[in-house]
Write a new protein. Structure first.
Lengths: 895, 122, 88
């Protein structure tokens, strides 16, 4: 098959994946996630467990070691079938804590320790590098199979350049879809869907080859079984240690591998999905494994001796002339490799940027948490990390020479990542696990793994000298890398697995037992271990009121982007019953925000950033927090009680006031009736008495005239009283008819002065006026206004007790309103009476009564209310002072 | 001997009417416009009867009444109280203070004359 | 930690649910035991080739586990909400 067509079909396939990913991203962006998050897609995305190692390597593995390859899939099967034991808890915690990676989970569990994040990240990168190299190698190998004329001669001259092109292409794809957005939760719908498609492709390809082999070449299942038993594979001996150990290590790997953690927990972790995957994923693995042995058997049977069994998937169909099938198998293998590399590099990039780059950057520029463009930095660091991870993989491939069998590399990586398992399980089920213990366990496991398995894998004399292999470092025999403590003759892999896991676990448990966890650590520990207890949720406690909501918003915008951050804050503000975008920085809100940010930059970084705003020192120094949290709760509680008490007091006071007002009103009504009675009966008494006297006759004429005059006066007084009462009633009802007209204020005052001069005409008043200021036109009911003026001037004439009485009238105009002040130079109205003078019958003294019934000011007040104005007493003017204000132009409506 | 009546009334027209009615009947009438010093006046002049308006400027009719009743010299003097308010509460208060008779304005001339005669005759 | 008071007697439905969870916990243990059975056979009879038989046994166990898990999954899924008094 021409190499060009192969490359073209590869490019077409990748373009297809691009399209799928792009459409999924767009669909997700429009909020129509729907089936993008379904148990089906979830299960298929888990299939990145099956990499090129499965696709090509498993056949080779079976050809070399018979059924042992199955252990790699039995482990995950057990883990998923038993999801209720561990995975369920992991998924719930992952969702609750918004975990972004396995390093983030470990870091978060042990008090958001960044040190642990760094250790796990380092371990993951070291363990993943050969694995990525393995994928590059398998893709390159498969290219080589097609490129060479003879299937065996897969040594392509430009092998390295093929690998570099593959690596670059994968980096580009990963960057495009893996770091496009920095979501609240690290989810990449496009990538996940593309991986699901690839999962289908590789399954179909493998099944197709398998069906072809069993039915096409072997002639049916029964024949196949016979051939298996006749083949060299049948000589395979099961090694009990390896068998059990490999089941264990693959079970550990499926939980701890960064890419598995990414798709299992971070991308779409949900119990509902997990329930489906609990059987569907083992089924997928089963189908993937089903035809491995037949293919290996037929390959050994048909292919010439010395053929690479790792490439039987391609070489077998090719040699049988099934070019199309080989092409499908090639795409299957290509899919396996690319999907693994993409997800692995996304996961590693997230870990590197969250646990290595961000902390360093924040340490270098502490203020940047608030002011810097964190978002840009995070994305940039992730892109660089992706490139770096792929570069490392490429370099490993380049320098390891790609000679090692695929399965061996894969197992080395598995054992490496399995070092996280003790800490992970311990953290999930044991509250006594401490950060120091975790660090000790991880480092011990890491060192032992590197020393006994990773470094020796480069071969004697490469990373470790031959002397070290044979005599141990410095001649210490019991430290020989493949015979620790003098245990010789053990399978190297099993030896490494055994010692690394045992020493790791022992160190982790022992150090945990002897160290003391910090407060954050303990709270996080409780939150993780008791994740299913509702009360244990929300472990973080931020003191109230320390955070400035605006600063939090600014920082959140840097990470989530402006719109998303504003939406979060507005929603919270609404929840708190506030307008706008700035909610109170309650401890709950800050904790929720931290989790949200943790979904983008990891728990430790988010915690550090929030700390900078909330004002607490960084993660390590928080011994006071538990106390502060409790105190805050108590204070909050007592503040609540206090406010409730205040509320009650306020209500009681309002009720009391209302009651007093009602009582007062009732008293006023009684007093009013009593006053009216008095005001009516008094003139009646005179009238009745004198009219009787007059009726009796025999009076001198002058007395008749005198008494007649008295009767007349009193009758007028009665009439006036009745007039006033009617007037007041009309005014109070608001049913008064106003005659609006434009009138000159100066003329109105003139009229009032003239009318009022009839009151106590004997008194000579000096009137002070500023005529020009009075010269303005007001639109109002002129007669009513003059009535008020007359009343005020008359009052001054009646009650001003100065020897040389003066009255000052001042007019002011301000913003559409006119005020007229009447100030005399008498002794004024005593303070305690100022409040009641506008009440009905509030005549203060009867001494100088001049015919009024005490209704004058009450009427004035009502008139002014009808004219859209007010009348008030001005204290402190050196005499009785009244201010009348009214609108310059009164509309009919306002009246 | 003409009996001496003290009339304490702030409304000049009413005071004039009562003075005229009583004088014509042969009573000697003194008038005061407010209650200030009224009790002392009674003590000095030994009036046979006091006609007292309830609402007076300065101090109320009730206060004057209490002062008269508090003084052993004047405690027996009959007091006729007049009011224009006509509220039950005022009447009760006046009766507690020891008023001899309570009349609500307006009244007929015959009424007040009869009351005065009756009270002095007692 | 304060332990929520667990009722002694449960409704039939709740009781079944809990036993289902017990079964879910036991299933992987059973799986481990069954997958380790080949260890017992291995060195014994090397005269007769038995790779195919071993393979068939493993795949049969595998299929069995998948089926049992598939039967239990619907009962286990989506009940974390009403997770009253989960036994720990």
């Amino acid at each position: 098959m021409p190499f060009n067509i192969l490359v073209l079909s590869c490019l077409a396939y990748v373009a297809c994946l691009f399209l799928v990913a792009f459409l999924a991203e767009r669909r997700a962006a429009m909020g129509r996630i729907g089936w993008l998050r379904s148990p089906m897609i979830y299960t298929l995305s888990l299939s990145i467990y099956c990499t090129a190692w499965t696709f090509y390597g498993a056949v080779g593995y079976a050809a070399r070691s018979g059924l042992e390859f199955v252990t790699i899939y039995l482990g995950p099967t057990l883990v998923f079938v038993g999801w209720w034991l561990l995975l369920r808890k992991l998924v719930v915690i992952g969702r609750q804590q918004r975990v972004t990676s396995i390093a983030d989970l470990i870091s978060s569990r042990f008090g958001k320790s960044n040190l642990l994040g760094v250790v796990v990240t380092l371990l993951a990168v070291v363990a993943a590098t050969p694995y990525i190299a393995l994928q590059l190698q398998s893709v390159t190998l498969s290219f080589g199979v097609f490129a060479s004329e003879t299937p065996e001669g897969w040594a392509l001259p430009d092998r390295d350049s093929t690998a570099i092109w593959v690596a670059a292409g994968l980096a580009l794809f990963t960057i495009l879809f893996g770091t496009r957005n920095l979501d609240a939760k690290e989810q990449h719908h496009g990538v996940v869907l593309a991986i699901a498609v690839e999962a289908v492709v590789k399954l179909v390809a493998l099944l197709a080859v398998g069906v072809f082999v069993v039915w096409g070449l072997a002639g049916g299942p029964a024949e196949m079984i016979e051939r298996i038993d006749a083949s060299p594979i049948a000589d395979w001996e099961l090694q009990p240690g390896r068998w059990a150990g490999l089941i264990f290590v693959s079970a550990a790997a499926v939980i701890c591998l960064p890419r598995m953690f990414q798709v299992m927990i971070v991308e779409d972790g949900e119990e509902r999905h997990m329930a489906r995957a609990s059987w569907a994923f083992p089924l997928y693995l089963l189908l993937m494994s089903l035809f491995i042995v037949p293919i290996a058997v037929m390959g050994l049977e048909r292919m010439p001796a010395g053929s690479n069994p790792d490439m039987f998937m391609l070489t077998l169909p090719l040699s049988e002339g099934q070019g199309a099938l080989a092409m499908l198998a090639f795409l299957g293998g290509f899919s396996s490799a690319t999907s693994m590399v993409i997800v692995e590099s996304i996961a590693l990039a997230t870990m590197v940027s969250n646990h290595v780059v961000m902390p360093i950057w924040l340490k270098l520029r502490p203020k940047a948490a608030i002011s810097g463009d964190v978002r840009r930095i995070v994305i940039l660091s992730r892109r660089l990390a992706i490139v770096a991870v792929l570069t490392l993989g490429y370099l490993y491939y380049r320098f390891s020479g790609g000679s090692a069998a695929l399965a061996a590399i894969g197992l080395i990586a598995f054992v490496g990542m399995a070092q996280v398992l003790p800490v992970l399980v311990g953290g999930l089920y044991w509250r006594g696990a401490t950060k120091v213990g975790a660090v000790a366990g991880l480092l011990t496991g890491f060192v032992v793994w590197a020393y006994t398995l990773y470094l020796p894998s480069f071969g004697p004399g490469a990373a470790l000298s031959v002397a070290v292999f044979e005599q141990g470092p410095g001649g210490i025999g019991w430290l020989r890398p493949q015979a620790l403590f003098g245990v010789e003759g053990m399978d190297p892999l099993l030896h490494a697995l055994f010692w690394s896991m045992v020493l790791n676990t022992v160190a982790f448990c022992a150090v945990s037992l002897f160290t003391f966890p910090g407060p954050v650590e303990r709270m996080q520990g409780a939150a993780f271990v008791n994740v299913f207890d509702a009360e244990a949720a929300g472990p973080q406690g931020w003191a109230r009121g320390r955070a400035e909501p605006e600063a939090l918003l600014v920082m959140t915008q840097r990470i989530l982007g402006k719109e998303a951050a504003l939406a979060v804050f507005a929603a919270e503000a609404r929840g708190q019953g506030k307008e706008g975008y700035l909610p109170d920085a309650t401890p709950d809100f800050v904790a929720g925000l931290e989790r949200r940010l943790a979904g983008s930059v990891g728990a430790a970084t988010a915690h550090a950033m929030i700390s900078q705003i909330v004002g607490r020192a960084t993660v390590s120094v928080e011994d006071l927090m538990a106390v502060a949290n409790e105190t805050a709760q108590i204070m909050e509680y007592s503040a609540e009680l206090e406010s409730q008490r205040e509320e009650l007091t306020r209500t009681a006071r309002q009720l009391r006031e209302a009651n007093e007002k009602l009582t007062q009103l009732s008293v006023q009504k009684d007093a009013f009736l009593s006053q009216i009675s008095h005001e009516l009966r008094t003139p009646m008494t005179s009238i009745r008495a004198f009219s009787e006297i007059l009726t009796e006759g025999d009076l001198p004429p002058e007395m008749v005239a005198n008494y007649g005059r008295i009767i007349h006066e009193e009758a007028i007084r009665l009439t006036r009283l009745l007039d006033d009462l009617l007037d007041l009633s009309v005014l109070e009802n608001g049913s008064v008819q106003l005659n609006l007209s434009l009138a000159n204020l100066q003329q109105l005052i003139d009229r009032a002065l003239a009318s009022a001069s009839h009151t106590r005409p004997e008194r000579v008043f000096e009137i002070h006026r500023d005529l020009p200021s009075e010269n303005l036109f007001v639109r109002t009911d002129a007669d009513r206004l003059v009535q008020v003026f007359i009343n005020l001037i008359s009052n001054a004439r009646k009650y001003c007790d100065s020897g040389a009485p003066e009255l000052k009238i001042t007019v002011r105009q301000r913003s559409g309103r006119v005020s007229v002040d009447f100030v005399d130079n008498g002794s004024g109205i005593p303070k305690q009476s100022q409040g009641i003078i506008f009440e009905k019958f509030a005549r203060l003294t009867d001494q100088t009564r001049a015919g009024g019934a005490g209704l004058g000011l009450a009427i004035c007040r009502e008139v002014m209310a009808n004219l859209g104005g007010t009348i008030s007493y001005l204290p402190g003017q050196g005499g009785a002072a009244f201010r009348v204000t009214l609108p310059l132009r009164l509309d009919q409506k306002a009246a | 001997m003409a009996s001496h009546v003290l009339l304490i009334e702030d409304e000049p027209n009413i005071a004039e009417a009562i003075r005229f009615i009583l004088s014509r009947d042969g009573w000697q009438v003194s008038t005061m416009a407010d209650g200030i010093g009224a009790a002392e006046a009674v003590r000095e002049a030994r009036h046979d009867l006091v006609i007292l308006d309830l609402m007076l400027p300065g101090c109320s009719g009730l206060e004057v009444l209490e002062a008269i009743r508090a003084d052993p010299v004047t405690e027996a003097v009959p007091v006729l109280m007049l009011t224009a308010k006509g509220q039950g509460r005022d009447r009760e208060a006046a009766e507690r203070a020891g008023v001899s008779r309570f009349m609500t304005k307006p009244f007929s001339n015959a009424e007040i004359l009869a009351s005065v005669r009756e009270l002095v005759a007692r | 930690m304060r332990r929520p008071r667990a009722p002694l007697f449960l409704k039939r439905g709740s009781y079944r649910k809990r036993r289902l969870r017990d079964a879910a916990r036991m299933l992987p243990v059973l799986g481990v035991l069954l997958f380790l059975v080949p260890i017992l056979w291995s060195p014994g009879d090397t005269t007769r080739p038995d790779t195919a038989r071993d393979g068939i046994y493993l795949f049969a166990v595998w299929i069995g586990l998948v089926l049992v898990a598939a039967l239990m999954a619907p009962g286990l899924a989506g009940e974390s909400a009403d997770d009253e008094g989960e036994e720990r």
